[in-house]
Design a protein around this ligand. Structure first.
Ligand code: TRP
Length: 440
């Protein structure tokens, strides 16, 4: 390769792009409903705990690995740990592909809900009405599949724009907008009668509800929400220049992601309790409950449209990081041309994503291992493949190429270097394996 590797335009640009990868459907769509399924407060604590310990360790390891190797996961593992380790890079590429198949389906839902919001279909509905609109929409054999395709087309447009002009530009302007809108919605939601029950459910931990399943979900969600364990941060790190500060960047990304998840919880769960929705309603929770709050706001129809548009953007900035791992593998390792690879990858994701989409309707009785196709893909990727990738990454840096990470840490903080060494060598691999083994 003769061309210089693309780089981020600025330090802020990188943080925003990495935060853009992290913040997405995970925080706003997934977090409220798995917190709802897992008893609220205790889950939040576990999630924050995992993010700041194992999450921080694996994120630093990924960024350092990518920056040192200047390659995606397959090449980076091969270069720094040896040929056999490239296997974990391939696993990462596969994981990214599998996540994309259902992520894009939910991305399509946001598009569908944008359309519904504009046309006023979501206004003035009762609780049952909102439930019916959602169930009717996702069980339709055609529409969600069409929107899933449209979502992928949007991804293609951004990825083809290249690293800097595409990803960075979007993140810089629209992510702050999303935060502002969420804060506004929280204020309104908290004023609803009964909202405080939701706040209590979300913030007051009830450890009686914690099972091993809860712990696995929290660990899996920490990986999923921080985009860790499959090489997305290795790839983003590979576009990072040698001056950038890893530790503060990683802390920013994790802090923003936790803030976003907390905001999403505070936005959705009070509405759930105020209107008597079921907190364990599953993947539809945000889609079912949020339109209810817009009915209580002036120009609710337009704010609702704006909200789903910003959610779409947040989903896009995340999904492009998943697609980028898959496409840059074919570009870096096989010398394919970006345009063709992107087209082919999106096409394959489209076809594969039809199955999880149909698993809400036509194929709802197909239940391999007792889960719907959608649930199975989500469970296996978040709770198994990403943590396994996390073990590989921390072992690789902790044992096989420690100097690579040590060199990139600030010299004035020797305790941090020691802590990370112990973290990469022992704590992360053992804790993750412990959780996984207990779960199986
Ligand atoms: N973190 C994103 C979200 O919460 C999803 C995501 C993007 C992701 N890239 C990833 C998950 C890489 C795992 C690995 O919406």
């Amino acid at each position: 390769m003769t061309a210089a590797r693309a780089q981020w335009g600025s330090r802020l640009g990188f943080i925003l792009a990495a935060a853009g990868s992290a913040i997405g459907l995970g925080a706003i769509w997934k977090f409220p409903y798995i917190a709802g399924n897992n008893g609220g407060g205790a889950f939040l604590l576990l999630y924050i705990g995992f993010s700041l310990t194992i999450g921080l360790t694996v994120m630093l390891a990924e960024l350092a690995l990518g920056r040192a190797a200047k390659l995606g996961p397959v090449g980076a593992f091969r270069k720094l740990a040896g040929k056999k380790w490239a296997l974990f890079g391939y696993l990462g590429v596969l994981t990214g592909f599998l996540i994309m198949t259902f992520y894009s389906v939910v991305g399509g839902w946001t598009l569908g809900y944008m359309a519904k919001a504009v046309s006023g279909d979501l206004a003035g509905l009762s609780r049952e009405g909102l439930n019916q609109v959602f169930t009717g929409f996702i069980s339709d054999p055609w529409k969600p599949v069409g929107y899933h395709g449209l979502f992928l087309l949007l991804n293609m447009a951004v990825v083809l724009g290249g690293v800097k002009s595409g990803i960075e530009a979007i993140c810089k302007y629209l992510m702050p907008g999303l935060f502002l809108l969420m804060i506004g919605l929280i204020v309104r939601a908290l004023l609803l009668p009964g909202a405080m029950d939701g706040v209590a459910f979300f913030l007051v931990p009830d450890f009686a509800k914690v099972t091993m399943g809860t712990v696995i979900e929290a660990l899996g969600f920490a990986f999923f929400s921080l985009s860790l364990g499959m090489g997305a941060m290795i790839t983003y790190g590979s576009y990072l220049d040698d001056e950038a500060k890893l530790v503060s960047s990683a802390l920013w990304v994790i802090g923003l992601q936790i803030a976003c998840a907390v905001l999403a919880g505070l936005m959705v769960l009070p509405v759930v309790f105020a209107f008597g929705f079921d907190p364990a309603a599953g993947p539809g929770l945000s889609f079912i409950t949020l339109p209810a709050i817009f009915d209580h706001l002036p120009a609710g129809k337009w704010l609702c449209t704006l909200f789903f548009s910003l959610l779409l953007v947040a989903a896009l900035t995340s999904s492009i990081s998943l697609i980028e791992v898959v496409t840059s593998y074919f570009i870096d390792e096989h010398g394919f041309e970006r345009r063709r690879v992107t087209l082919a990858v999106c096409l394959v994701i489209f076809v594969a994503g039809i199955a999880p989409s149909l698993s809400f309707g036509l194929w709802q009785d197909v239940k391999p291992f007792g889960r719907s196709i959608f649930d199975l893909l989500d469970y296996v990727t978040s709770n198994l493949l990403l943590p396994i990738g996390g073990i590989a990454i921390s072992v690789c840096l902790g044992w096989l190429s420690w100097p690579v990470l040590a060199k990139q840490l600030p010299e004035e903080l020797p305790w941090l270097t020691t802590a990370l060494r112990i973290g990469c060598r022992w704590v992360a691999p053992l804790a993750i394996s412990g959780v996984l083994l207990n779960g199986l």
